[in-house]
Design a protein around this ligand. Structure first.
Ligand SMILES: Cc1cc2nc3c(=O)[nH]c(=O)nc-3n(C[C@H](O)[C@H](O)[C@H](O)COP(=O)(O)OP(=O)(O)OC[C@H]3O[C@@H](n4cnc5c(N)ncnc54)[C@H](O)[C@@H]3O)c2cc1C
Length: 462
């Protein structure tokens, strides 16, 4: 239920304070309410997306492949968070994407099943695949049923009496205990000249679920100017910023008319066909993953080269344009940092540096060459790489990952395998900021899986 700050007479009854109401925060809140436990959800935004909130809070100076317009558009400050605009595509990470994580893909499997159901899918979307062409599997993305947590998908959570939602309030600072083993107090900015201090009792936990930028921002802002910011003793907060490079229309595939891919069974629901390198092809490319969406397009009879290819293929062919969704290497120098100035709550303004590595491009080129060779060797098709689109027209997916990464070593990570900030007994993080690597898969299914796992770890019920 929605509450106002004046309705809250004591913070003592809450088992947890959850910061942010997007898919991550909503999922953790849901786990608590299933056990009849009480949580307070603090959300910067209003019930709907408001331009002035967006303009005041989501200001980020962008450097590298994404400019200052990019990041704010992809971080929505309202009930339900960025799920207000997400497209609903989903795919889990695969085992090869998680080798450097302290959690294995096998451990996440039941949580992916849970996430699939939560997001309105059959769990089989996590595992179904079929043969593509030699060197590549057909692994479709699931799409449809776009869960918006500010609307229908969040209704049962936000209306439950165990969940108190405080809108238009921003957590601006976490205050560590003097021995820095936990959080003793948090500051909520509710209105100009109205900061509310929330004492964190021994039975309570704090969960940051403020988005890929927001989780790092809150930690970076939680400093007294003398000591390192909370969780940042080894200068890891904000590092390893990752997006998913998207190369739209980076190649065309012309195949014989008779060539057909197996379509998933009806329970898969709506899907987007995509070719994904098999493990051997993936290993040969150096470990960066990619997927190639197959979008059928009409043949262009006036294109001489196409006509020649069609003739060589026997006269009857069809064409696809390939849209690549790929992984970028986790690089500590791609990072979010605090810069001069603050937002209205006092949180630091951020600069986001995100630069793709030359090898990120080379891997995609490698895969396209491998795909071209594969279909040519069998004489079933030809691939044409569109150089300008591949090298000059890259964008992202609106996915912000890695800024509070998960790992066993506090020197190179911010949270442990339970999503607990290293050294802080009562501080946890939910969201794609904990991703150690990004794979090529859209992140929200993994966010919901990890958040449900965290919710249960904290005593909730998935
Ligand atoms: C255009 C677009 C399309 C997308 N399409 C897809 C897709 O097809 N598939 C997919 O998997 N993903 C997609 N995504 C990404 C998806 O939206 C995010 O992965 C997901 O919303 C992240 O969930 P979250 O809860 O971690 O963060 P968010 O949804 O960003 O929620 C964070 C919430 O925390 C609040 N907050 C932040 N700081 C504070 C603070 N200090 N105090 C209080 N509250 C705070 C924010 O206001 C926000 O409401 C897309 C994103 C965009 C922009």
């Amino acid at each position: 239920m929605f509450v106002k700050i004046q309705d809250i007479t004591s913070f003592e009854p809450y088992d947890a304070v959850i910061i942010g109401s997007g898919p991550a925060g909503a999922t953790v809140a849901q786990s608590f309410l299933r056990r009849g436990r009480k949580v307070l959800v603090v959300e910067t935004g209003s019930a709907t997306v408001e331009t002035d909130v967006q303009d005041s809070y989501s200001v980020i100076h962008g450097q590298g492949h994404f400019d200052s317009n990019y990041w704010p558009q992809h971080w929505i400050r309202a009930l339900g968070g960025t799920s207000a605009v997400w497209a609903g595509w989903m795919k889990p990470l695969s085992a090869r994407n998680m080798v450097s994580w302290p959690v294995t893909r096998g451990e996440l499997a039941p949580w992916y099943d849970h996430a699939a159901v939560t997001l309105g899918r059959d769990p089989m979307i996590s595992t179904w695949q079929s043969a593509g062409v030699p060197g590549f599997d057909l692994k479709p993305f699931s799409r449809g049923n776009t869960a918006r947590y500010g609307e229908a998908a969040g209704e049962a959570i936000w209306s439950d009496t165990h969940v108190h939602v405080l809108l238009n309030a921003t957590i601006s600072r976490l205050h560590p205990r003097h021995d820095r083993t936990g959080i003793e107090r948090i500051t909520a900015f509710v209105a100009p000249d109205l900061d509310v201090e929330i004492d964190i009792a021994a039975h309570q936990t704090v969960v940051l679920a403020a988005g890929g930028m927001g989780n790092a921002q809150i930690l970076l802002g939680s400093t007294d100017g003398t000591n390192a910011a909370v969780g940042n003793d080894t200068d890891q907060v904000g590092r390893y910023l990752m997006e998913h490079p998207h190369f739209y229309e980076c190649a065309t595939l012309i195949v014989k008319e008779s060539f057909a891919f197996t379509t998933p069974p009806p329970s898969f629901g709506r899907f987007v066909p995509a070719l994904v390198p098999d493990d051997a092809t993936h290993a040969a490319a150096g470990g960066v993953d990619a997927s190639f969406e197959l979008a059928e397009i009409p043949l262009t009879p006036e294109d001489d080269l196409q006509s020649l290819i069609v003739e060589r293929l026997g006269g009857q062919a069809k064409a696809y344009v390939l849209n690549a969704r790929t992984e970028m290497r986790a690089d500590p120098s791609n990072r979010v940092e605090r810069i001069f100035g603050t937002d209205p709550s006092g949180l630091p303004r951020l600069r986001a540096t995100c630069i793709f590595n030359a090898d990120d491009y080379r891997s995609v080129l490698h895969y396209l060459n491998a795909l071209g060779k594969s279909v040519a060797d069998q004489d079933i098709g030809r691939v044409g790489i569109i150089n300008d689109h591949l090298f000059s027209n890259v964008t992202g997916g609106g996915h912000t990952m890695g800024t509070t990464r998960m790992g066993s070593d506090p020197k190179t990570s911010v949270v442990d395998k339970d999503c607990r900030v290293h050294g802080y007994s009562n501080l946890f993080i939910a969201g794609s900021s904990v991703f150690t690597t990004g794979g090529y898969s859209n992140p929200t299914m993994t966010i919901v899986a990890l958040a449900a796992r965290l919710g249960e770890f904290l005593g909730g019920k998935a």
